[in-house]
Design a protein around this ligand. Structure first.
Ligand code: PFF
Length: 468
């Protein structure tokens, strides 16, 4: 508490830094971590990480993912936060302000705003399914040990256009309402309350899963690497996930960085968030895999693992209905923090750049999203036969964001920082003008962001576009 009190002055200083105009921002060190972690932790941990790990052989994939996080995700996260805090503006204006005149680096920010919309379009739909599952698991009659039955329940939900749209709208209204309250009273206050609950729920479900008979095999799958499973594609999938997981490559962390306190230790904060995010993914794995193995279900079910396999797993265990409700509440909480950050990118842009009030900017964003998102929501029903480049809208948004927009955004942000903004400014920004004694960390970071990250990213991109 003392720490929070001591750091409370951050907001005033931030306001001064933004030219005297009172700009909302995160008020405490803890608030910064909660909001940033709230953005990183999401369906990526509960939905993508287990399904991708399950499909890519378990432990060996996790190690590759860890390396990708260290060499790509974390450096881009630090860079984005650094740039955002320097300019104290939305993502596009930040790049416009920090870049030399006439150089169009702001386009990376514009691609980010576009990516935010496209990710939200499918993300709100998956979150809608999670909300629907919370409701359905509370009202009951939904649990079955037979995956054929749980599969039918899922198909019934996603092929019903009205239900799909309705649940997506419920999600959008909840997120819109929180965002209208602003950065400190909305985002920060909400994530600060939700994050501890999320950890507690995960630990409780993890313990339940680990104490099942036959759980050991699931644990081995998560912890004992078999490197024969690692292919070139595995590496690329891991890098895409690292981006998505840490909410990088699309201006989210620029926008959040713009709300950071002046005295925040950015490399330290980003590293803590990365580690905590990893912990949540591993806990989600521990909650899921031992149970999946114990009851003899398939680990490589892919994206449907969460909605088809998990309910069947819970139905198989004692007190399963309670744990299922808790599990989907947990997934809903995780999705909420991430969606707040996704929506904040366009809301901040419309609010500050177009000088439209925050509530109106939020309504505009939500309405636009309801429109764009409806194409993803209806991808398994009304629009199932409409294909763009062979993808339904849902898959198109998922594919283009992870494989193209985020790596392109991340690449340009890394190139901008390493090659244009330059070493002196980076050292000054990340050491807080010398106040932090972390110069060697910053110098190592500089080498990574200038050389290592761009090369790796170019490989991801070429692969994403099927050029190599
Ligand atoms: N990091 C979030 C997750 O893992 O679910 C997803 C995400 C949030 C991606 C915000 C991008 C973003 F800007």
């Amino acid at each position: 508490m003392e720490l929070e009190h001591e750091l409370e002055s951050g907001k005033a200083k931030d306001a001064a830094a933004s030219g005297g105009k009172q700009r909302d921002g995160f008020t405490t060190a803890l608030g910064v971590i909660a909001a940033t972690l709230g953005s990183a932790v999401g369906l990526g941990n509960i939905w993508k990480f287990p399904s991708i790990t399950g499909q890519n052989g378990g432990a060996a994939f996790i190690i590759v993912y860890l390396i990708s996080t260290l060499l790509v995700g974390l450096p881009v996260m630090i860079t984005e936060q650094m740039l955002g805090r320097k300019a104290r503006k939305d993502a596009i204006s930040t790049l416009r302000e920090l870049a030399p005149k006439k150089q169009p680096w702001w386009l990376a920010g514009a691609a980010g705003v576009l990516a935010a919309f496209l990710i939200m379009a499918f993300y709100t739909e998956v979150a809608g399914w999670v909300f629907a599952y919370i409701y359905k698991s509370v009202v009951g009659g939904f649990l079955s040990t037979d995956p054929a039955v749980t599969s039918q329940a899922f198909v019934d939900l996603i092929t019903n256009p009205m239900q799909s749209l309705l649940w997506q709208w419920v999600v959008l209204v909840v997120i819109g309402a929180i965002l209208m309250m602003g950065v400190s009273k909305g985002i920060e206050a909400t994530t600060k309350r939700l994050m501890p609950i999320l950890f507690l729920l995960l630990v409780a479900i993890g313990i339940r899963s680990l104490t099942l008979e036959g759980a050991g095999e699931g644990l081995r799958f998560l912890l004992q690497p078999d490197f024969s499973k690692v292919t070139w594609t595995t590496v690329l999938v891991a890098m895409g996930l690292a981006f998505f997981k840490l909410s990088t490559g699309m201006g989210t962390m620029i926008t959040y960085g713009s709300y950071f306190r002046e005295e925040q230790n950015i490399p330290g904060t980003a590293t803590k968030v990365m580690l905590a995010d990893l912990l949540v993914s591993m806990l989600a794995g521990i909650a899921i895999f031992p149970a999946v193995f114990a009851f003899g279900f398939e680990v490589d079910a892919g994206p449907s693992l969460l909605f088809i396999t998990i309910p069947a797993v819970f139905a198989s265990m004692p007190l399963g209905n309670i744990f299922m409700v808790l599990f989907f509440i947990l997934a809903g909480i995780a999705a909420t923090g991430a969606m707040l950050s996704l929506l904040e990118v366009p809301v901040a842009f419309i609010n500050e750049k177009m000088h439209i009030s925050r509530p109106v900017a939020t309504v505009i964003t939500v309405v636009l999203l309801a429109l764009i998102g409806s194409t993803a929501a209806l991808s398994s029903s009304t629009l199932a036969d409409v294909k763009v480049f062979g993808f339904t809208f849902f898959d198109l948004f998922d594919y283009t964001t992870s494989n193209i927009l985020l790596p392109v955004g991340g690449l340009f942000i890394a190139l901008f920082a390493g090659w244009v903004w330059g070493k002196d400014r980076i050292v000054d920004a990340l050491t807080n003008s010398g106040a932090l004694k972390n110069e060697w960390v910053v110098k190592a970071f500089y080498v990574v962001i200038k050389f290592v990250t761009p090369v790796l990213l170019i490989l991801v991109l070429l692969r994403g576009l099927s050029i190599i």
